[in-house]
Write a protein that binds this ligand. Structure first.
Ligand SMILES: Cc1cc2nc3c(=O)[nH]c(=O)nc-3n(C[C@H](O)[C@H](O)[C@H](O)COP(=O)(O)OP(=O)(O)OC[C@H]3O[C@@H](n4cnc5c(N)ncnc54)[C@H](O)[C@@H]3O)c2cc1C
Length: 390
């Protein structure tokens, strides 16, 4: 890159959040450049499940944001040229004890008052969705608004559409520094040269803390590893998303729903299962703080497989063909970090989406576009401000 580049907006990171932000900015006619150190969807967005899960959100602003995001998926599925495999299949959360059922019932009540449809199901009623479950399953909650997408296709589809609308995407290009003078972002230094820009969006996932350091701001995002098993392809065997209540316990740190088994607690084990459009079943997952290590481990693979058979015994008949691990960009409270930074005009945060980035990508992209171009947002993002941690 010999010439000096410039762009109205530079987005750091080509994961689902950066791609969604580029898409919505381009829709408004902005000039956008996405800088990606590796390749699109090479981070968490390419190593995750595709749950657009609403019943796993905390009642209040978290759920409200997820509901807004969920409403955007059908039109994205229409608008993007890549098939994002959007499937409004609904989601089941299974309980293995009466205590868990009690907690799920209380949550269902709270979620309903936030506008979500959730119903409690007895073991007999579960059969409509899952003909065969483990003997220890005491029932569960079903949310018909839960849905599924292919997260890689979603990321690539958003980026491709943004590119068609004029965005430039630089792959294999790392942001090394951000120059701020007179309290305003001026320039982005990259491995491919310098880019003049007065607006920079940090959508760098687990790289966000490093990006923050460039402007002397602490962005509290830590990598949290999640491991997943992938089975052989089968004709449709799962009608909907399925998870266990302990998954929610580890995700949202709900004491009543945390795993009691010592190994499961150590791994942050929680059961998830979804069947992709191509027929593979993805079985998850773990929540581990092990730094930037994205390797899979035999302990987790064994634990995930054993746990899956507790919920769906027929999983034993499926061959596992591979495994992968991704690093969630985890914020201290599990909620995204969105908004501006004090004292640095033109710098915006779109990070920390933890285990919800796929689900929250559309609304994040829309809100960031509004914030960058108009200085205000259609939904109050104050609860997601960086300064809630101070
Ligand atoms: C096992 C697992 C299961 C999950 N399941 C779900 C689910 O079912 N539903 C859901 O909603 N969410 C899920 N998630 C969470 C979801 O994957 C993340 O929240 C989401 O992908 C985060 O997207 P992102 O764009 O912020 O980060 P990323 O996808 O990690 O993208 C950040 C990008 O920034 C780039 N970058 C970093 N630093 C720099 C730099 N200095 N210069 C240039 N580029 C840089 C990286 O290379 C990377 O590509 C899951 C995560 C895991 C690990």
């Amino acid at each position: 890159m010999s010439e000096i580049l410039s762009s109205e907006v530079v987005i750091v990171g080509g994961g689902v959040i950066g791609a969604a932000t580029a898409y919505f900015l381009c829709k408004e006619g902005a000039e956008v450049m996405v800088i990606e150190a590796d390749d699109l969807a090479s981070g968490a967005s390419g190593a995750c499940d595709g749950f657009v899960s609403l019943q796993t959100k905390m009642p209040g602003v978290h759920l409200a944001m997820a509901l807004e995001s969920a409403r955007l998926f059908p039109s994205l599925a229409e608008d993007l040229e890549v098939n994002i495999e959007y499937n409004p299949c609904g989601g089941l959360m299974l309980a293995t004890s009466q205590e868990q059922m009690k907690e799920l019932r209380a949550r269902a009540k709270a979620l309903k008052s936030g506008g979500l449809e959730v119903e409690m199901l007895s073991p007999a009623e579960l059969k409509e969705y899952l003909p065969e479950v483990g003997k220890g399953i005491k029932g569960g909650s079903f949310c018909p608004q839960d849905a599924q997408v292919n997260p890689i296709s979603l990321t690539l589809g958003l980026a491709q559409k943004a590119q068609e609308m004029g965005a430039t995407i630089l792959r294999g290009c790392q942001v090394e520094n951000i120059v701020v003078t007179n309290n305003r972002v001026r320039e982005v230094h990259t491995t491919a040269g310098n880019i003049h820009s007065r607006r920079v969006v940090c959508a760098a996932g687990i790289g966000s803390n490093q990006i923050g350091k460039m402007i002397i701001v602490d962005v509290p995002v830590l990598p949290q590893r999640g491991q997943i098993l992938v089975t052989e392809q089968r004709d449709p065997i799962l009608k909907c998303l399925v998870s266990g209540a302990e998954y929610l316990g580890t995700k949202a740190n709900i004491p009543e729903l945390l795993p009691t088994d010592e190994e499961a607690a150590k791994l942050g084990l929680g059961f998830t299962a979804e069947q992709t459009a191509s027929g593979n079943v993805l079985l998850g997952s773990t929540r581990e703080f092990v730094g930037f290590d994205s390797n899979t481990t035999p302990e987790a693979m064994n634990a995930i497989a054993r746990n899956a058979m507790r919920f769906l015994p027929w999983v034993e008949d499926l061959d596992v063909i591979r495994s992968f691990a991704g690093l969630r960009p985890c914020s201290p409270d599990g909620l995204p970090i969105l908004g501006t930074v004090k004292g640095v005009k033109g710098f915006y945060l779109a990070t920390g989406h933890s285990g919800d980035g796929v689900c929250l990508a559309p609304i994040t992209g829309k809100l960031l576009s509004e914030l960058v171009l108009d200085g205000e947002t259609s939904l109050d993002i104050e609860p997601f401000s960086l300064y809630r941690f101070k």
